[in-house]
Every structure is written in C-alpha cells, then in structure tokens.
Design a protein around this ligand. Structure first.
Ligand SMILES: C[S@@+](CC[C@H](N)C(=O)[O-])C[C@H]1O[C@@H](n2cnc3c(N)ncnc32)[C@H](O)[C@@H]1O
Length: 313
C-alpha cells in the first residue's frame, strides 16, 4: 500500500523530518518513494494511521493512494455511500464526479461524505482516499495566551510538538525538559502519553508550569525547582529543550559556561536529544558528546531564530 502525507509548507525541513520520526516511533517499516511537498511511502503492514495522525503537528492529512489515473482510481476506491473530491482543478473534479456517479453509482455529499477523494498534482497526479486529517486547530487552542500561565519565552505548541516528535519518544517513556519554563514542551510531550520531567531555576515558572500541566489533565509529571546542572533527575529516554535566551552575537561568559555544562549534562542523562540554541556557535561543543543527526533553523517568535539540533549519543 502506498501512503501519501500532505506536508504543511510552513517549514522547509521539519514536516518531513517529523513524519519520519513518527514512523520510527511506531516501528513502522517503510520504503521512501517520493518527497517534495508531499511524502510518499510504501508499507507492507497494516497500520493504525488515525492513531499516528493524533500525534503529528506539521502536516495536513494522511492518504492512501488509490491510483495514478481516473480508471485506476475507479477500480480501487471504495465508497460506502457518498463522496467529496478535493484538490485538482474544477474540470478534473467535475469529470471524476460524473464518472463515479455513472460507473459506481455513488453520489456527491459536500457536507458529510463518507469518503474524501483527494487529488495531488505534484511530480505526477496522485488519486487518493483520505485516511486521517491532522487536527491543526487543537494546537491553536493551546497557544500560550490560552493557558492559565503564560510566559514570553514559551514557543508555539506546534513547534514544541514537532521537537518532541523528532526524538521518536514512545508512550510511557520518559522525556525531560531541563529548562522547562512554563512547560510549552512538556505539555506536548505529556499529551502524547510520555512521562515527563521538568526543571527550572525559577520558582514562579515551575509553579506556572504545574498549573498548565494540570489544566491539560496531564498527571504523569515530576517538576523540580533547581539549577539543572546541580540536580540529579535520573536517566531519561529523551531530552527536548530550548536553552535560556542570550543573543547570538554577545553571549555573556556566564551563558557560555551554562551552555557548555548543560550540553555535557544532557549527554549524561540521555542518548537522544533535541535542543534549541540561538546560534551554531556550540556545534563543536555538542560534537564532543553527540552525533548531530539534523539541524533545523526555525523562527520561534517574531524576531527570534533558533537552531534545533537533533542529537544521538
Ligand atoms: C527558553 S526558556 C524555556 C521555555 C519553555 N521551553 C517553554 O516553551 O515554555 C528557558 C528557561 O530556562 C530557565 N533556566 C535558566 N537557567 C537555568 C538553569 N541553570 N537550570 C534550570 N533552568 C534554567 C529559565 O528560567 C527559563 O524559564
């Protein structure tokens, strides 16, 4: 079976990397067929795509390819009673609608169709049946100002979820954010069923973080008000964190030391990490401890760019 992920184009590298990490998190064996705006894979096994769709942040939908021509699509697509066609141009949609009505005898229902047929015109034309839609509005509903506690350094939930996903963390595994602030990353990790640990040196932020986690019904957490370099929070399956801010051009010695110590500390507690830094200046320091698998550059606030390193020991 061939599956097509409709990637969002909000970032050039993160949507594709996220899907690959999610496939790995669920131990799905796949072969890559095509990638550029959409991501097409071949899978042999049966997969619960609806479950996977709940975790994904930076795509629009997951689809099964039912053909590369109208004839092939008519032979393969299964429509219970009604359908709707999305994508392609108006003429093509009209033609397909007419053929389905005449040859399969099923009717269009734009409001509540049981089958959504999607046409993607990319390197070739793909005729698909939509399997799952990504609920993108759920991320908007968790934006910082909608939480009981909000802090200016919190990132958008969609970015936070992608970073969590990039670790390939599984349910019940432990994920730590040692610079957790108001818990933007921890909320997203908690919602996908990870056990979470947060550390922040500021008491007010730990209290706010606790309020936020409780607000979203997350119970499986431990929070510590401490300096992350001075506390033993044990070994964890993954670390996802956004380092304390400091402008790239004039990082103070204090921040420089904090960053170096923290990179080392993270390597002592986990073998998988995704960390956000303000510049590429610490690449050599990171390479002392980790293999760098990916680096993604993303805007997290209006004027703030972060480099997200995906690391393995
Ligand atoms: C960029 S913010 C984290 C924001 C968080 N990821 C979110 O989305 O809500 C960095 C946090 O690190 C904390 N911090 C700074 N130095 C620290 C240290 N040595 N140990 C633990 N936390 C520290 C700051 O108080 C701040 O809340």
């Amino acid at each position: 079976m061939q599956i097509l992920f409709e990637l969002s184009k909000e970032h050039p590298t993160l949507p594709y990397a996220e899907i690959k990490a999610c496939l790995n998190a669920y131990n799905i064996y796949y072969e890559e067929v095509y990638h550029n705006g959409i991501f097409v894979i071949e899978v042999k096994e049966k997969v619960n795509w609806k479950k996977i769709s709940h975790r994904i942040a930076m795509s629009y939908s997951i689809n099964e390819i039912v053909g590369y021509s109208i004839e092939e699509m008519l032979d393969n697509v299964e429509i219970e009673s009604t359908f709707k066609i999305e994508g392609g141009n108006f003429e093509l949609r009209k033609k397909i609608g007419k053929e389905i009505l005449e040859k399969i005898g099923k009717k269009v229902n734009l409001e509540e169709p049981d089958t959504i047929i999607k046409i993607f015109d990319e390197n070739r034309i793909y005729f698909c049946r939509e399997i799952a839609k990504i609920d993108r509005s759920s991320f908007e509903k968790r934006r910082p100002f909608q939480r009981p506690f909000s802090h200016p350094t919190t990132m958008h939930p969609r970015i936070a979820r992608v970073l969590v996903n990039l670790t390939g963390i599984k349910e019940k595994e432990i994920l730590a954010d040692p610079f957790c602030g108001g818990g933007g990353i921890l909320i997203e990790a908690g919602l996908i069923g990870a056990n979470i640990i947060g550390v922040d040196v500021k008491k007010k932020l730990i209290e706010g973080c606790r309020k936020n986690l409780e607000y979203y019904g997350i119970k499986n957490y431990e929070l510590y008000n401490a300096d992350m370099n001075k506390i033993d929070f044990g070994k964890v399956n993954a670390v996802v964190t956004d380092f304390p801010y400091g402008r790239a051009s004039h990082l103070s010695d204090k921040i420089d030391k904090l960053y170096k110590n923290s990179i080392k500390k993270i390597s002592e507690v986990t073998s998988k990490a995704v960390i956000g830094l303000p510049s590429l200046n610490f690449t050599d320091e990171i390479e002392k401890y980790f293999d760098i698998e990916q680096i993604h550059c993303a805007r997290v606030h209006r004027s703030l760019i972060r480099f997200f390193y995906v690391l393995k020991l």
